[in-house]
Design a protein around this ligand. Structure first.
Ligand SMILES: Cc1cc2nc3c(=O)[nH]c(=O)nc-3n(C[C@H](O)[C@H](O)[C@H](O)COP(=O)(O)O)c2cc1C
Length: 145
């Protein structure tokens, strides 16, 4: 098995409501191809992790990369894996939103991410880096307030 994680910048179309509407179709495809993972959106960024058979992951990433609902896709981690970090999720969707840009808002957000990353048990490097990437974005925003 294989895991790959990338980030991208989504265009205005791909807002929460839009993703909620189309993700069912994506999950059906993923299920049929033994793909699991998690899609996170934070501000204008998408961060996604895919897990499954290597050929299926490469093929899906190629499709996703050429999807014009986002751009600047960039893989930041990929590696062979023995175990899935998201075995129960054909594609978990976590839209991260800031409830007020104050210190306590960021603290709550950081705590929620810490709980989620523990909950999904990051059993391989790409899963560890997936969560790390999100934490870094939140930390850098928190530092600027
Ligand atoms: C950020 C992002 C994540 C996506 N994730 C998936 C996914 O996990 N599974 C999937 O089948 N399609 C996903 N897609 C959609 C594909 O790019 C593509 O539209 C889909 O496979 C259907 O292909 P089609 O439009 O050619 O029928 C994603 C698209 C974007 C922009």
């Amino acid at each position: 098995m294989y895991s790959l994680s990338y980030e991208s910048i989504h265009n205005g179309q791909l807002r929460e409501v839009e993703i909620e509407k189309i993700i069912t179709k994506w999950r059906e495809y993923n299920k049929a191809n033994s793909i699991t993972g998690c899609l996170m959106t934070y501000k204008h960024k998408c961060i996604q992790i895919l897990e499954g058979p290597k050929d299926a992951i490469k093929a899906l990433y190629n499709t996703i990369e050429s999807d014009n609902r986002h751009h600047n896709t960039s893989i930041f981690s990929e590696n062979p894996i023995d175990e899935r970090a998201f075995p129960e999720f054909t594609m978990a969707y976590l839209p991260i939103t800031l409830e007020g840009k104050d210190k306590s808002g960021f603290q709550r957000l950081k705590m929620n991410i810490a709980i989620l990353s523990d909950f999904t048990n990051p059993v391989h490097t790409t899963a560890v880096l997936f969560w790390k990437k999100i934490k870094e974005y939140i930390d850098s925003d928190a530092a600027s307030i």
